[in-house]
Design a protein around this ligand. Structure first.
Ligand code: ASP
Length: 326
């Protein structure tokens, strides 16, 4: 069946977050409860969508600070289902901002997103005097219907980010997301998309039904990977405690450690010694940086492998998925 872009349906999946949040006062921008308003009600508040071919589904209703593997699996399954439909041109996902970059990265790792998967959010609850969610949703819809768009994308405050680079960079500003040195992929506003860089290559290697997909979708939990930070006066306490835990609780053993190093991925000598010991005991250790921007540039003599561009939280997901595949 050949369906023209104009006829293609957009699927909107709701997962909760501040975009669906409610406060007792319109002036309260922080003391609200996330994940209260249904995605159907969010869309109903935007008259522009009347008559548009939309399918709307509430996949979850969570504050994204409490994101779980279970929600990711449900979301990935629903996305895979809808993306495979010939009559669907794109999927928009409403999500909380706190772990948005992690969900986007997970989806980019697992989905073959040849069509756009546009995640959007809000920094103010739906009950705010001037909520930002409706505009972000409008912009997400514009991007979803823009010809040629593909991959897992994030839309917030008129900027379009790629799942690989994006990170939440501010605690309350409406324009809370940043893509570091790479910058946004595009802007979206007034119904117009202005693209600066190529859309991300759909990099997800997993196809529904393939063994790797089944392994990720059927896992009860991801392999235990922890994130540690190097800092002044760091020592071996946490690594030792984790190794002790693994020795006494093999079922929940820590199989990987990500260290968010200082600067160019440098690690305090005491922590590095402990991490090397963990590595010798079979724990997979990778090194990234706690700097908000810039990759770790490799050089000779490093005892711990670096993961270049990935932020600590994304490196955790990448390593956990890698361990799951072994
Ligand atoms: N805690 C909220 C969430 O991530 C924050 C937000 O959406 O802005 O769901």
């Amino acid at each position: 069946m050949n369906v023209s872009l104009a006829q293609q349906r957009v699927v909107v999946l709701g997962t909760g977050g501040t975009i669906a949040g409610r406060a007792s006062s319109a002036a309260d921008g922080v003391g609200y409860t996330a994940a209260q308003v249904t995605v159907q009600d969010l869309l109903a508040s935007i008259p522009a969508y009347e008559g548009l071919a939309l399918d709307v589904e509430q996949v979850a209703q969570v504050d994204s600070k409490d994101m779980t593997l279970g929600v990711w699996q449900t979301l990935a399954r629903r996305l895979a289902f809808h993306l495979a439909r010939p009559d669907v041109g794109a999927v928009v996902v409403t999500h909380g901002t706190d772990t948005l970059e992690e969900t986007a990265f997970f989806l980019q790792c697992v989905l073959d997103a040849q069509k756009p998967v546009v995640l959007t959010c809000a920094m103010r609850p739906a009950t705010a005097l001037v909520p930002d969610g409706p505009q972000n949703l409008v912009d997400a819809m514009v991007l979803a219907r823009h010809p040629g768009t593909c991959g897992v994308l994030i839309v917030c405050a008129g900027r379009v980010h790629g799942a690989g680079e994006v990170a939440k960079a501010h605690t309350y500003r409406l324009d809370a997301f940043d893509s570091g040195d790479a910058g946004p992929l595009a802007t979206v506003g007034e119904g117009l998309v202005r693209q600066f860089r190529a859309w991300p290559e759909p990099s997800g290697l997993l196809k529904p039904g393939a063994p790797a997909w089944d392994r990720v979708m059927n896992a009860h939990e991801l392999p235990g990977v922890v994130v540690l930070t190097s800092h002044a006066d760091a020592d071996a306490t946490q690594v030792n405690a984790l190794l002790d835990h693994s020795a006494s609780h093999p079922a929940s053993a820590v199989r990987g450690m990500v260290v968010a190093g200082t600067g160019n991925g440098t690690v305090h000598a005491r922590l590095e010694e402990a991490l090397s010991r963990a590595q010798e005991q079979g724990v997979r250790v990778v090194r990234t940086t706690r700097c908000a921007a810039g990759p770790v540039i490799p050089h000779a003599g490093q005892v711990l492998t670096d993961v270049r561009q990935l932020s600590p939280v994304k490196a955790r997901i990448a390593l956990a998925l890698e361990l799951l595949g072994e």
